[in-house]
Each structure stands twice: as C-alpha cells, then as structure tokens.
Write a protein that binds this ligand. Structure first.
Ligand code: TRP
Length: 455
C-alpha cells in the first residue's frame, strides 16, 4: 500500500497536471540553451548517443526513484529523506542527500537566473528588430554588449527572480498549476513550428547527420561525465526537485508510466531544439563549435535576421525559451521554499521571498563573473563556470547516486513495491536499474573524471 500521508503544501489536481509540471521542470534552458552548445562542444552525434544512453540507463531509474521517495515521504527532500530513513530503520543522516540538494539548487539558480535574464533581454531585442540583416559580427557585438553590462544583466536577473518568486509564492494549485497549464502547450506548439521551418532549409540533412551520426573520434576524456551531468540537469534529477513534485502526486497515479512520459518529452524537446537550431546554423554556414554558452544567442539571430518573418520568429523563439526557463526555475526554488515553510512555519510568500533573495544574491557572483570579475578564477574557472561545473557535473550525479542507493538498497522491498505499483517484471527492471546500473554508471564516470582511466 501507498501510505496515506498528505503534503501540507497541497496536491496536484490530476496525474496529467503532474506530468505537465514535471515536464515543465525538465524542459528548460537545459534543453534549448545548454544541450545544443554542449553537443557542439563535444562534436555532435557521439555525444548525443552517450547522452541518450545516460538518459535511459541512469536517468529513468532515478526519475522513478525520486518520484517514489517524494510521494512516500510527502515532504520537501530533507524531511522526506529523514522520515523515510527513520521509517526504514536507517541512519538519519540520509537527510544530507536533501541538504546537498538545497545547495545544488542554489548553485544552479545562480547561473540559471542570469541566463534566463538573457532570454528576457533578447525578447526585447527581437521585438525592436535589432537582428534584421545583422551579420555575425553584429550579433556577436549585441551579445557581448549585453553580458559586459552588469547593470543591464542585473535588471533582467532581478526581473526573472521576481517572476519566479511570484509564482512560487502562490502555491501548488494557484501558482504552479496555472503557470504550467498554459505555458507548456504553448511551448510545444512554438517549438514544432520552428522545426517545421528548419525542415525547409538547405542545412536540414547536414544537421540530421551531425546530430545522429556518431563520430567517436570527437569523444574526449570528460565527454562522458558531461553527458551524464547533462542527463541529470535536463531531467531535473539529483537535487530533489522531482522528489518535491512527486510529494504532491496522488497516491493512485502510476509512477513508471508517468516517468517514461516525462523522460520521453524532455528528450524529445532537446532533440527537437537541436533539429530547430542546427539546420539554421548550417544553412548560413556557421560553425557550431564556436558558440560556447552564447551559442544560440549569437548564432540564431543571424539566421532570424535574414529569413522571411525572422523578426516574428525571433520573438516567438525567445519567448518560448523564457517560458521554458521559468517553469524550470520554479522547480528549483520549490523544494527550498517548501523546506523553509516546513522548518520555520513561514507563509509561502515569506519563504519564497527569502529563498529567492538568497538565490538572487548568489546570482550576482555569476553575473559579475561575466564582466567585472571575469579575471577572477578558482580552479581555472570563473564563478559562473565553477557553479555550473560543481552543480551539474558533481552534485547532481552524486545526489542521484544516493537517491537510487537509498530507494533500491535501503528501503524494504515491500515499501518500494507498494509505492511503485508495478508488475513483477517491471519492478525487477526498475530494481536492477536503480540497484546496479545507475549507481555503477555514476560511480564509474565520476572515478574516470578524477583518475582519468578511461580517457
Ligand atoms: N531541467 C531544467 C532544464 O533543463 C533545469 C532544472 C529544473 C533542474 N529543476 C532542476 C536541474 C533540478 C537540476 C535539478 O533547464
């Protein structure tokens, strides 16, 4: 039996709303900003293939584990881990998994909100027609002008954080649900439209080959870790975001079916984003490798500036990206806010303002590292890239590792079996995945990063 606990924060109106919300969390800058530029940095097809393997073998079992733990604990991640550990007669320190998740969430938000701010800034630039007939040099200059201007970045970062705090403060039913109900379908429509456009361009077949024909000579030592980190980041796994959303899920909904839908939609959007973006680049003779984190911001406007209806398409594209970032940022702030509410008895509004303000302050580090502090390096990385590296490549995989270990090794079989509600065969498949494949994958990949034995 599933437990009859309920969450003090409320419950999703339906399983479908949960799928929308979790997909809204998963689909974000990770799919549309990060996936293309990381793919380009690691040579295309081979990276995509390794990424897909990570999604299926590591991501899916951990997704099911996170939703299961959340729904059983019915609290924010720290308290969920505490309650479940106690219930299963395990050490209370499992709560540290949740604690690390809170840190990972803040680390991610530092750069997430800044990049989301770029999308807001680009909506304005697109509306004003700034990209019309712009060449490569001009779009580079537009991007450089934005990131080198701390005041402008600050304004957009602040606006984005206020938008996020606003929705979170309204709670599960009035905030999150209302946001995803309209934003997610709009996003799918806009993306499909862009892919349809890209299919008519001359670079489409080249882009398909680039994304789906693996060239393993491009695989470097850290490629596998980067693909693994991207799988966690894109699926919102490893910090308790999906666990928190799971804690608002009705006891009757099937976890495996739900997980598969979310994973398929997230991966579909990343691939669609690739199929929308790379054809345009190839059509205009642009090189993906040169983009870096500014890839879509520097390269796409050139294409938009030359194509028919490019101004409208650009507005649509950056609006889409902003919506995607918004629904994702909500899920990063939600676990932290829910934890504050449980811990301190604050109202949601007060808790959301506190956590949002803290994330906003940390974000100033990322923001300044793009300009005034660009020379300040720790381990050879700027604050921005250090936060990105630590959270995405280290904390999320480690968090996910412990989540799957707890779910598969430290919970009684009767508990996980009851909560997952699976047929015997499907249960076995989950168990093998969460017990052996996912943990072994994460451990091996982390070890090879630090000792370099595969590279
Ligand atoms: N998955 C989101 C994206 O692809 C980002 C995100 C939202 C996230 N919530 C998360 C990443 C929790 C890690 C953990 O943009």
């Amino acid at each position: 039996m599933a437990t009859d606990r309920t969450s003090i924060h409320g419950q999703w109106s339906s399983r479908w709303i949960f799928i929308l919300a979790a997909t809204g969390s998963a689909v974000g800058l990770g799919n549309i900003w990060r996936f293309p530029y990381i793919t380009a940095e690691h040579g295309g097809g081979a990276f995509v293939l390794i990424y897909l393997v990570c999604i299926v073998l590591v991501g899916l079992p951990i997704m099911m584990s996170e939703i299961m733990l959340g729904r059983r604990g019915r609290r924010s991640p720290i308290h969920t881990m505490e309650v479940l550990a106690e219930e299963e007669g395990r050490n209370r320190h499992w709560r540290l998994v949740g604690v690390m998740g809170v840190f990972a969430g803040f680390f991610i938000l530092t750069f997430y909100s800044v990049v989301a701010g770029w999308t807001l800034a680009y909506i304005v630039r697109a509306v004003s027609g700034m990209f019309t007939q712009a060449g490569a040099q001009q779009t580079q200059d537009i991007f450089a002008a934005l990131v080198s201007d701390p005041e402008r970045l600050l304004a957009w970062h602040t606006l984005f954080m206020i938008m996020t705090v606003f929705v979170i403060s309204r709670g599960v039913k009035k905030g999150l649900e209302q946001a995803v109900r309209y934003l997610m379908p709009a996003l799918f429509l806009l993306l499909l439209f862009l892919v349809a456009y890209s299919m008519t361009t001359a670079g489409f077949s080249q882009a398909v080959a680039y994304l789906f024909k693996p060239d393993f000579s491009q695989v470097g030592p850290s490629t596998i870790l980067v693909a693994l980190g991207q799988a966690f980041f894109s699926l919102s796994l490893g910090m308790g975001a999906i666990m928190t959303y799971g804690s608002y899920l009705s006891g009757r909904a099937s976890i495996p079916g739900t997980s598969v839908s979310i994973v398929v939609m997230d991966t579909g959007v990343a691939l669609l984003a690739g199929l929308a973006i790379f054809p345009i680049m190839f059509t205009f003779g642009l090189q993906p490798e040169e983009g870096g984190p500014g890839l879509i911001f520097k390269i796409l406007p050139i294409a938009f500036g030359q194509m028919a209806y490019g101004r409208v398409l650009a507005v649509i594209f950056f609006t889409l990206l902003m919506f995607a970032a918004w629904t994702s940022a909500l899920s990063i702030l939600e676990p932290i806010t829910a934890w504050l509410v449980e811990k301190t008895g604050f109202t949601r509004l007060k808790a959301a303002i506190w956590s949002g303000t803290f994330a906003w302050i940390l974000g100033l580090g990322s923001l300044l590292s793009l300009n005034l502090w660009s020379g300040v390096k720790l381990f050879g990385m700027t604050f921005f890239s250090l936060m990105e590296y630590l959270s995405v490549n280290i904390m999320l995989p480690v968090g996910g590792l412990f989540i799957s270990l707890f779910a598969a090794w430290f919970m009684a079989r009767s508990s996980s079996f009851a909560e997952l509600g699976l047929s015997r065969r499907a249960y076995l498949a989950w168990k093998v995945g969460a017990m052996f494949i996912a943990p072994a994958g994460v451990i091996l990949i982390l070890l090879q990063e630090f000792f370099g034995f595969l590279g």
